[in-house]
Design a protein around this ligand. Structure first.
Ligand code: HEM
Length: 384
């Protein structure tokens, strides 16, 4: 039942007498009120680039660069030294060297910058990239050059959009003599619940997205993500979501497409988000409760010879005049693209129920080199 205006007014009146009204909810002040999310600083140093395992940022920008014709191995090494100094300063909330807007550098916004190398970088360094140059085009793909490929990548994420935009501006400016943007994508994600605690975020279909990931800090995560040198690989796919046709489905049709509940993200065979999927469970008529073409079944490691990936989505909206395109910037980290990611992608392309409402319009793959240590720089091993 909707509260009447008088009741609402009554709640507001009660606020003055010892309760606070927050977004329609009433919180008694004698109960502990959760603090706002603490300001966070993510150490830019470490064996791995810290943005990979960090919680999905509230705001993120990805920029893929095309190397300018004169950029050789030595020039790339110069750019990596510049970027490394920027990344350490900005990550610590300090202006980058030569910062033209130093006041925009903010501390405590969990800013991370992750650098990736495309196949051309390995060519220039005289080495072979760990991953494939490109993924084969899938049957459902409608790839546009505008969102595909790239020689270098930066992924900048933070809890604050202004900090992201500022960091990207610095990194793009420092790259200018060496490389220019080939594409840019901006996304957002909410990993914080109403009480300030961590939650699995939702994509624009409304689905809880990220539950099946290996948990950061577990041996399973390390085995899934890190290659022997402490790096990883990243697949970036821009997936347009057809919200118009998705919205025509009933809720149970939407839930069947993934095999999980919209309310909590729990499997259709369970009650809590992190309950294991019961892929053998059947209804009284003998039909599987999690459909044969349900996304979570087809992608599940138990159905894929134990293959796992680490997914981090970012929602996007892209407005042109009066029209809006909505989608998911799908990011997948894994030690090896060929053996872990590609078989999953091919399987989903062949049979996934979600294909009806999703279209991949951009695709790119990058090698993510290991992390930075004081005195070192990104890609040092590759370019020295
Ligand atoms: C097309 C857009 C996509 C959407 C909207 C989407 C959405 C989802 C959702 C809602 C889940 C269930 C919750 C969860 O475990 O996170 C899920 C699971 C998963 N998805 Fe996707 N996904 C998409 C594309 C992909 C692609 C391209 C891949 C890999 C090639 C993939 C791999 C997985 C995996 C591995 C799981 C976990 C399955 C499990 O272990 O339970 N997804 N996805």
């Amino acid at each position: 039942m909707k509260p009447s205006r008088r009741q609402l007014f009554g709640y507001a009146g009660a606020a003055a007498a010892g309760a606070a009204v927050t977004g329609g909810a009433v919180v008694a002040l004698d109960q502990p009120v959760p603090p706002p999310p603490a300001s966070r600083l993510i150490d830019p140093y470490g064996d791995h680039q810290p943005g990979v395992a960090a919680t999905s940022p509230r705001h993120a920008e990805l920029v893929a660069f095309k190397l300018l014709p004169g950029t050789d191995k030595a020039a790339l090494a110069r750019l990596m030294r510049l970027w490394s100094a920027d990344i350490v300063a900005l990550g610590n909330g300090r202006p980058a060297p030569g910062d033209t807007a130093p006041e925009l550098a903010t501390s405590g916004v969990a800013l991370t910058t992750t650098v990736g190398f495309g196949p051309r970088v390995f060519e220039l360094a005289g080495q072979k990239a760990a991953g494939p140059d490109d993924l084969p085009v899938m049957r459902h793909d409608r790839l546009q050059n505008a969102w595909s490929g790239g020689d270098l990548l930066i992924v900048v994420g933070a809890d604050d959009e202004l900090s992201v935009v500022h960091a990207v501006r610095r990194l793009v400016a420092d790259a200018k003599p060496f490389a220019v943007p080939a594409w840019r994508q901006t996304g957002f994600w909410n990993s914080t619940g109403p009480d300030g605690g961590a939650i699995t975020g939702r994509n624009l279909f409304g689905q809880v997205d990220g539950t099946g990931n290996p948990a950061v800090g577990t041996p399973e995560f390390d085995a899934t993500v890190w290659s022997a040198d402490g790096g990883t690989t990243l697949v970036v796919r821009r997936v347009e979501l057809n919200l118009d046709t998705w919205d025509e489905l009933t809720r149970s049709e939407q839930e069947r497409a993934v095999g999980r509940k919209l309310s909590t993200g729990a499997p259709l065979t369970g009650t809590a988000e992190h309950d294991e999927l019961d892929l053998d469970a059947r209804d009284p008529d003998g039909r599987p409760l999690i459909a044969a073409n349900a996304h979570a079944r087809l992608a599940h490691h138990s159905e894929n010879d134990g293959r796992r990936i680490f997914r981090k989505g970012l929602n996007y909206v892209h407005d042109t005049g009066t029209t809006r395109e909505s989608g998911l910037i799908f990011l997948s980290y894994q030690a090896d693209i060929t053996s872990q990611f590609f078989p999953l992608l091919a399987r989903l392309d062949a049979a996934d129920a979600l294909n009806e409402w999703t279209t991949t319009i951009g695709s790119a793959t990058f090698t993510i080199p290991p992390g930075l240590h004081p005195g070192g720089w990104i890609g040092q091993k590759l370019f020295s």
